[in-house]
Design a protein around this ligand. Structure first.
Ligand code: TXD
Length: 319
């Protein structure tokens, strides 16, 4: 069986980390694409030179030519810019929207059968635009945010309870931003929901509220510490989990930004919801039952995503 091919569009901090993990896991051969000359080549070569030590056989190639992503099985998109001081959200949106257009066209021309995982911010609007620009099927274009936000929530909960991170499950849904929706009722330690753990005296409601708030601001916490950029280890690990579930047809149930077509009473927009992720990409969208408070939070989050989508349409009426 020939090796799979993983194309990474954007070879910055997340792109380089993705390349390293994908190669170490032997998910396939890796192509790093970036407009910055030398960066993808340098990172690819550096990682390849670690392969004899770690004992993995993945080929890595850096490129500025979309032809090199031909036939990719998975494309993970991190291309774009992050917000810098003095830049408005609209400036960021304008630049990254143009990047999504060129990336979408590149993927459409050279890797139309790939699963596409978008990471670029503002995530929900960018993955929506990327699906339109690429014209790839909706089930094959997904956004990564929910796995990361849920992993942060799980990590903070595992710390609070002093239990293995593996025993903690959690769902964070909605848009990737301040309005994200950590679902306390559906988050558990070995199947025991958080509200029951509060009753059992394992923790207090105040502590859970503080963890929810820390989760919502998890991205900002890392930016505040790093100062020169945003998180990259955990975002890369999250996208790799998505790629692996697709390649191995594992059918993991994970929160991803997926295109809704009537689920949750919504259509034609991407937002974070639990999905079954297998060989057909998004094989099923899980419709979780919300209580009134959760519904209100989800609606707020959807409103924030719609605002960004409208800003995109203003900038590019072809959408
Ligand atoms: O949960 C999530 N979705 C996120 C999203 C979590 C963390 C960070 N998130 C966003 O990912 C972040 O706000 C950025 O929009 C992306 C990528 O983050 P990264 O830290 O990897 O950014 P870098 O290091 O700036 O890398 C971006 C690369 C850089 O090398 C540019 O030269 C390249 O993108 N770039 C391009 N590549 C290809 N094609 C075009 N047009 C292009 N423009 C820039």
């Amino acid at each position: 069986m020939a090796r799979k091919k993983i194309a990474l569009i954007g070879a910055g901090m997340i792109g380089g980390t993705l390349a390293h993990i994908a190669a170490q896991k032997e998910l396939g051969d890796v192509v790093l694409f970036d407009i910055a000359e030398g960066i993808p080549e340098g990172k690819g070569l550096d990682i390849a030179e670690s392969s004899p030590i770690d004992g993995y056989d993945s080929r890595l190639k850096g490129t500025q030519d979309y032809k090199d992503i031909a036939g990719a099985d998975v494309c993970i998109v991190t291309a774009g810019v992050a917000r810098k001081p003095g830049m408005s959200r609209d400036d960021l949106l304008g630049i990254n929207l143009k990047v999504m257009k060129s990336v979408g066209e590149g993927i459409k021309a050279h890797a139309p059968n790939a699963l596409v995982i978008c990471i670029t911010n503002p995530l929900d609007a960018m993955v929506w635009a990327l699906q339109k620009f690429s014209g790839l099927p909706e089930n094959k274009v997904l956004g990564m945010a929910g796995i990361l936000d849920s992993a942060r929530f799980r990590y903070f909960l595992a710390e609070e309870f002093d239990v293995s991170v593996e025993s903690v499950t959690a769902f964070v849904l909605g848009g990737h931003g301040d309005t994200m929706v950590p679902l306390v009722r559906y988050s558990t330690v070995a199947g025991i929901p958080l509200p029951d753990l509060v009753e059992m005296g394992w923790t207090s409601q105040d502590k859970i509220d503080a963890i929810v708030e820390r989760t919502r601001k998890g991205g900002g916490e890392i930016v505040g510490l790093l100062k020169t950029g945003s998180a990259y280890y955990a975002p890369a690990a999250s996208a790799i989990q998505m790629a692996e579930s697709y390649i191995k047809d594992k059918k993991l149930v994970v929160p991803c930004a997926a295109k809704l077509s009537g689920q949750y009473g919504l259509k034609d927009l991407y937002v974070g919801v639990p999905i079954v992720l297998g060989a057909d990409g998004c094989e099923r969208i899980v419709e979780v039952k919300f209580n009134p408070d959760e519904k209100e939070m989800f609606d707020n989050s959807v409103a924030a995503v719609k605002e960004l989508m409208e800003a995109c349409v203003k900038l590019d009426p072809s959408l």
